[in-house]
Design a binder for this molecule. Structure first.
Ligand code: ZN
Length: 505
């Protein structure tokens, strides 16, 4: 394909492939000559998917980009991995601890619940679900903007999704007693903030208006943010994310926006503000196909099944459109293309996955706690069970100090789990506890919190004080086996998003 030959030109344009943003040109000509960065996330794509696809499709756009660019193969997504922590990491370089975004759905100990009017007396603690649930109208592709001619007229959707977020569904800042936007929930700025402040144009397209978060702290920094709601009703059913063909149609709306932007237009193709300096989109087709029960994603050999292979082809074709459009606009040697993935947390061996319902686990822990802590009867304030089982705990009191002998002193009350996971040494201790083979669903007789506490305190240095959790940090995180982070955490064998009728894609 001659149109891509220029990527080897001395001007230094290059493509970066792989599961991370990586610089290309390493301070040489690329940094000086490139005027645009096109960031593309292929949601759900594993490194192995990319490597296999490139090997098997030498004429594909991805193969040609990989051949001419840098292919970084050792990137990792934040854990637990999913769309919000992954996207925020790509745009900020921050870990969840820095950004405050541990998951798509989190608990904020420092905020007040949505709808709070009396901020003086309200109890702190709010769910922050950065999902379709905060749209003005979840059923509508435009989030409730009121456009006619949907779905194909979706290009007319606003470039400022703040306009279609319902303030009554947002958590409330106790300092101002006003709703806090997703972007102000983020603790840091983003690459868009930096580029925007430098006077350059920015654009992004993603799957919910809640992606208003990518503006970063401090106000609007994405000039054109096109966010059709993926979990709205589609012509094929209850959501675009429930059908392979529908999600491709959905992704094509966003891809059309990128082609418009490469041509110097806004996402709708009606204004001509110029080509953004940093822009891009997220593809959902691969992630959705991996997760739909009818598709199962991968065969027993760990290779993509026919539907997933077709979705990878679809994404490749769309990226081919971008390359052709860049070529047509004369921007081929002035643009760095980054191909990456927010996350790749779908199991490659679906049959090796054991799904465990989290409800009995959560109920058992809360029941045990309530029996011994009448003042704080509910230990788990907020729980999500998707790509990982994550708990935000109500109780964060320091545990009793260990005895001088290094053995466990018997706490007067059961040690809260929350304090057992804070330090590296303690986390290791827990890991050992959990490394016995097979799932270990807790029962009241197993009393995991007590076991945990004893093992932990015998290893903790004497006299160490227990740090308190930052307002948003989850108290307990079990990573999904597919992240490859730590096999022994898989005791929970929690059901990944793939399996539950979930909204986190
Ligand atoms: Zn996702």
């Amino acid at each position: 394909m001659s149109s891509m030959g220029y990527r080897l030109a001395a001007a230094g344009a290059c493509a970066v492939m792989g599961l991370a943003v990586a610089g290309c040109g390493s301070g040489g000509d690329a940094a000086q000559h490139d005027q645009h960065v096109l960031l593309l996330s292929i949601d759900g794509m594993h490194e192995s998917d990319l490597a296999d696809y490139v090997a098997a499709h030498q004429d594909s756009t991805l193969a040609k980009l990989a051949a001419r660019g840098a292919h970084y193969t050792n990137a990792q997504a934040p854990a637990p991995a999913d769309s919000f922590p992954g996207m925020v990491a790509l745009l900020t370089g921050g870990s969840p601890k820095t950004t405050g975004v541990y998951y798509d759905d989190t608990w904020a100990r420092d905020l007040l619940p949505a709808g709070t009017k009396d901020c003086a007396t309200a109890k702190k603690g709010a769910q922050v679900a950065l999902t379709e649930e905060i749209d003005k109208d979840t059923d509508q592709l435009d989030g409730g903007q009121g456009l006619s001619g949907l779905p194909n007229g979706i290009a007319a959707m606003t470039g400022d999704p703040s306009a279609v977020l319902d303030p009554a569904k947002l958590p409330v800042d106790p300092a101002t007693c006003k709703p806090i936007s997703p972007s102000d929930y983020l603790k840091v700025n983003t690459v868009f903030s930096v580029v925007h402040e430098a006077g350059q144009r920015t654009a992004w397209s993603d799957k919910h208006p809640a992606y208003q978060i990518v503006n970063g702290k401090g106000g609007r920094s994405v000039d054109d943010l096109f966010t059709p709601e993926i979990d709205s009703k589609s012509p094929k059913g209850p959501a675009w994310s429930k059908d392979v063909d529908a999600v491709k149609q959905y992704d094509t709306y966003k891809a059309d926006a990128i082609v418009n932007e490469i041509g110097g237009k806004d996402h709708s193709g009606t204004q001509s503000p110029g080509v953004p300096a940093v822009f891009g989109m997220n593809f959902q087709a691969v992630s959705v196909t991996q997760k739909l029960p009818v598709s199962k994603g991968y065969g027993a050999d760990g290779k993509p099944g026919a539907p997933l292979a077709a979705s990878l082809d679809f994404v490749d074709q769309q990226i081919g459109r971008f390359v052709a459009a860049l070529d047509k606009a004369g921007l081929g040697d002035k643009t760095t293309i980054v191909v990456t993935a927010k996350h790749g947390q779908s199991p490659i061996e679906p049959d090796a996955l054991t799904r465990v319902d989290d409800k009995p686990i959560v109920d058992a822990v809360n029941k045990e706690w309530a029996a011994t802590h009448p003042q704080t009867p509910k230990l788990i304030e907020h729980s999500i069970d998707d790509a990982a089982l994550v708990w935000w705990l109500a109780d964060a009191r320091p545990r009793p100090p260990p005895s001088r002998s290094g053995r466990c002193s018997r706490p007067t009350a059961p040690a809260p789990i929350s304090t057992a996971t804070r330090s590296r040494s303690r986390r290791r201790a827990w890991t050992r506890v959990r490394s016995s083979p097979g799932p270990r669903p807790p029962s009241s007789s197993a009393r995991p919190p007590m076991t945990l506490g004893c093992r932990t305190c015998s290893r903790a240095p004497l006299g160490r004080s227990t740090p308190r959790a930052s307002p948003r940090s989850p108290s307990t995180v079990a990573t999904a086996p597919t992240t490859g982070m730590s096999r022994c955490w898989s005791w929970a064998r929690v059901s990944p998003s793939t399996m539950s009728p979930n909204r986190f894609r």
